[in-house]
Design a protein around this ligand. Structure first.
Ligand SMILES: [Mn+2]
Length: 321
């Protein structure tokens, strides 16, 4: 059932003992949502914890300043920025019992009993911002850092076309409440470990072009990622943005091997292509300009070949080739 902000806020007020689920391969938006919502509920005197099925990269540690560790038996499951319970990894079954999902992915499968979806929000944190306001919880520096992080990271530091005047207004308001925007943006967009640089060096060597250079693929097989120390899932995920930096490329594909024989292909596209449609062909989803899908079995090259074929079709349809 689809619900609106007011209904979501009513639900959050009426319930307690929240388990807030954030998606695997956690990013700044899901973690910003989880910590901000958890912190806001705790400030209302409720019990809440925000958990992620995968280890959270240390660069996000500061987000947890917004929450207190609480021990209790969770009763109410809420998913944030989770389009599909498949994105919850080992916690999928818990996610299938979600009472509420707050999300901005157009591909949301509406698995939760109640879904608050706003696909016009660049970040799910924009919806969390509205919820915190409706709950009447005043923003402090920690909550502001969480909401700011979601808006900054899901918009590539306010550079992607999903950014709206509202995104900027919310971010500006968070800066007013003390969000450490300079520190957050340095950590999220500039700072790299030596391992990350080494990973990029190796991955850049794998770039291949298709469709007259309109499609570019970058690879991150286990043989590469396991041989480099000091990298995390976020470092590997960031490779997805490299092909779209190349002039003339309309679709960038990043093929990473998550586990032996399990591949995640991330797609990034120019405004000429809707890459969520391509990902959906393979059971994935996402946004118009950023999407992903997974493959099990076979080789990474076989998975890539299937997606390239679909990308070529999309390029033909768009009149690019
Ligand atoms: Mn998001």
């Amino acid at each position: 059932m689809r619900i609106d902000i007011k209904e979501a806020v009513k639900f959050l007020r009426e319930n307690d003992d929240y388990l807030i689920l954030m998606h695997a391969s956690p990013d700044g938006d899901t973690l910003g949502c989880g910590t901000a919502l958890c912190g806001a509920l705790q400030r209302l005197g409720k019990k809440a914890k925000a958990v992620c099925p995968e280890e959270i990269p240390h660069k996000f540690d500061y987000l947890f300043d917004a929450v207190k560790a609480q021990t209790f038996e969770p009763k109410t499951i809420v998913c944030v920025d989770v389009a599909d319970t498949k994105l919850l990894g080992d916690m999928k079954e818990t996610g299938d019992k979600a009472e509420l999902c707050i999300d901005h992915h157009i591909s949301n499968t509406e698995y939760a009993k109640r879904t608050l979806l706003d696909a016009d929000s660049a970040a799910a944190c924009e919806i969390i911002y509205e919820i915190i306001n409706e709950l009447g919880v005043p923003f402090d520096k920690a909550l502001a850092n969480s909401v700011y992080t979601g808006t900054a990271t899901d918009t590539g530091c306010f550079r992607y076309s999903n950014t709206t005047p509202r995104t900027h207004r919310i971010a500006a308001e968070m800066i007013g409440f003390g969000a450490d925007f300079a520190g957050i943006n340095y950590t999220m967009f500039e700072l790299k470990t030596k391992g990350r640089i080494k990973l990029e060096q190796s991955a850049l060597n794998t770039i291949e072009y298709y469709a007259d250079g309109h499609i570019a693929v970058i690879y991150a097989p286990l043989s590469m990622t396991e041989s480099i120390e000091d990298i995390d899932s976020d470092d590997i995920g960031a490779l997805a943005n490299i092909p779209r930096q190349i002039q003339g490329v309309d679709i960038g594909i990043c093929a990473k091997e998550k586990k032996k024989g399990v591949y995640k292909l991330s797609l990034r596209s120019s405004k000429l292509i809707d890459c969520s449609e391509i990902a959906q062909l393979f059971g994935g989803g996402g946004h118009e300009r950023a999407s992903g899908c997974s493959f099990k079995g076979g080789t990474i090259e076989e998975a890539v070949a299937q997606v390239i074929k679909a990308c070529e079709e999309a390029c033909k349809k768009a009149g690019i080739i």
